[in-house]
Design a protein around this ligand. Structure first.
Ligand code: TYM
Length: 355
């Protein structure tokens, strides 16, 4: 049975990369299959505990951003991760499924831990296991994310495959698996966990910094000019686009001409994603034009798309009781799905259930 799961960390402002690479792409999925969107606060403490008041506030802000972007709490489950205990419980079990070697290869850990790995938290190292637990506690089949999460989703599949294999006989005996949709010699006929499909597509899977087309747009970049935040007002958006780094040439008339022009490629990709177009479409309209003509058009489109959302976010943030009640309702619905999954997992493993 198909099901979507995805999430964003409540660490600071959401930016255009989070919106175009992830949240905006979740909206149409709500009408296609069951969808669960999580504010992953347990992940937000892996790189150091944020200020407690700011963490709670950021959790509400991300919730408001989801709703302002069009995630509808009557269609989707929206909740914060720490409220559903099953995530932590399944993550522990996955700590014992995943191998040190698998996690040691995670590029995001290497980037985030920096030079001093000895000083990184154990939580930062085990981060991908918690992410696998988020997804598999709901036996979710589809995960829409940006390109930077690809390796974590491969690990999620590896964890699911190892669990299915290690407990293959037991799962069959208990009769609680689902038939393997793509039979192969490496996997048993009955799977308990699905092999999740990453959904990474479109012109905005990797939005780059506005100051450096070779670096990802990120919350942690010290320069605020490098990103467009969903809380930026129209003047700030226009200023950041005006100051965005570019090369001196005109825009090419075909996508091949964007190769080796990372800044141009990025701005064209942003225009395409905001306008619901392909890069080809954008170059049909703007090919041959200078950035002095393209940038104002991009600003206008960005402001037209983002400012109603920013206004709606502000409006939602005025009623915190309402946001908290959406999260409470979501947590109850999420628990109702995850609890029986963990009950199964405990049985599969052989944890004695005496209650
Ligand atoms: P996070 O909070 O870093 O980012 C949230 C989402 O935004 C995408 N993203 C981008 N997309 C395009 N261009 C960019 N520059 C850019 N920057 C970020 C990310 O790919 C992501 O989809 N580990 C995850 C959160 C998570 C999760 C999960 C996601 C925890 N559990 C389970 C899916 C399923 C993260 O840190 O995302």
């Amino acid at each position: 049975q198909p099901r979507v799961f995805s999430g964003v960390q409540p660490t600071g402002n959401l930016h255009l990369g989070n919106y175009l690479g992830a949240v905006s792409r979740w909206v149409p999925l709500q009408d296609q299959m069951p969808t669960i969107f999580c504010v992953v606060d347990s992940h937000a403490i892996t790189a150091g505990f944020p200020d407690p008041v700011e963490l709670s506030e950021a959790t509400r802000e991300v919730t408001a951003a989801y709703m302002a972007a069009g995630i509808d709490p009557t269609k989707s489950i929206i909740f914060n991760q720490s409220q559903v205990r099953e995530h932590a419980e399944l993550a522990w079990i996955f700590n014992c499924v995943a191998r040190m070697g698998w996690l040691s290869r995670m590029t995001q850990f290497k980037e985030k831990a920096g030079k001093n790995k000895e000083n990184a938290s154990v939580g930062l190292f085990a981060y991908p296991n918690l992410m696998a637990a988020d997804i598999l506690a709901y036996r979710a089949t589809h995960v829409p994310v940006g390109d930077d999460q690809k390796q974590h989703l491969e690990l999620t599949r590896d964890i699911a495959a190892k669990f299915n294999n290690d407990f293959g006989e037991r799962i069959k005996e208990l009769g609680i698996g689902v038939p393997n949709p793509t039979p192969s010699p490496e996997l048993p006929e009955q799977l308990y966990f699905p092999l999740t499909e990453p959904m990474i597509a479109g012109p905005a899977t990797r939005i780059m910094s506005l100051r450096d087309g070779t670096k990802k747009m990120s919350k942690s970049d010290p320069s605020d000019l490098s990103r467009i935040n969903l809380t930026d007002d129209s003047d700030t958006i226009a200023k950041k686009i005006r100051k965005a780094k570019t090369d001196p040439d005109a825009l090419p008339s075909a996508v091949e001409g964007l190769a080796d022009r990372p800044e141009a490629d990025n701005l064209v990709g942003i225009y395409a994603a905001l306008g619901g177009l392909s890069k080809e479409d954008v170059l049909k309209d703007f090919g041959g034009q200078q950035f002095s003509a393209f940038k104002p058009a991009l600003s206008e489109l960005a402001v037209a798309k983002l400012s109603p959302m920013t206004d709606e976010m502000r409006r939602l943030m005025d009623d915190k009781v309402q946001i908290d009640s959406v999260l409470k309702d979501g947590a109850e619905k999420a628990s109702a799905i995850a609890e029986p999954v963990l009950k199964d997992v405990r049985r599969i493993i052989g944890f004695l259930d005496v209650r």
